[in-house]
Ligand binder design. Structure first.
Ligand code: SF4
Length: 95
């Protein structure tokens, strides 16, 4: 199982609060490697902080369960989508 990202792209457009990605945007919070048409242009080489499943193994394995981690990530995804008035078709649902 992996995190069911709906590829809305909003995390890539809102990175200004992520210190590890300070060098990935030009002050506008949008990752300079993000394409509105194609998504992440460096997907295979993207940083660890952008990798939800690998991030769990690296940082949260001994902290919370995978299910809790997915639920918390989904909450953030869905809050961001609601704030940006994205269609409900993009909501992340953890089953
Ligand atoms: S905000 Fe969530 S659902 Fe949207 S692309 Fe990022 S991880 Fe995927």
């Amino acid at each position: 199982m992996s995190f069911p990202c709906s590829r809305c792209g909003l995390c890539c457009q809102n990175i200004s609060q992520v210190r590890a990605l300070d060098n990935y945007h030009n002050g506008n919070g949008i990752c300079k490697h993000y394409s509105f048409e194609k998504g992440c242009k460096i997907y295979a080489q993207r940083p660890l902080v952008c990798r939800i499943d690998e991030g769990y193994q690296a940082f949260f394995l001994s902290v919370i369960s995978l299910d809790e981690y997915y639920q918390k990530n989904a909450e953030v995804c869905n809050q961001l989508q609601e704030q940006c008035h994205y269609d409900e078709i993009y909501r992340v649902v953890i089953k």
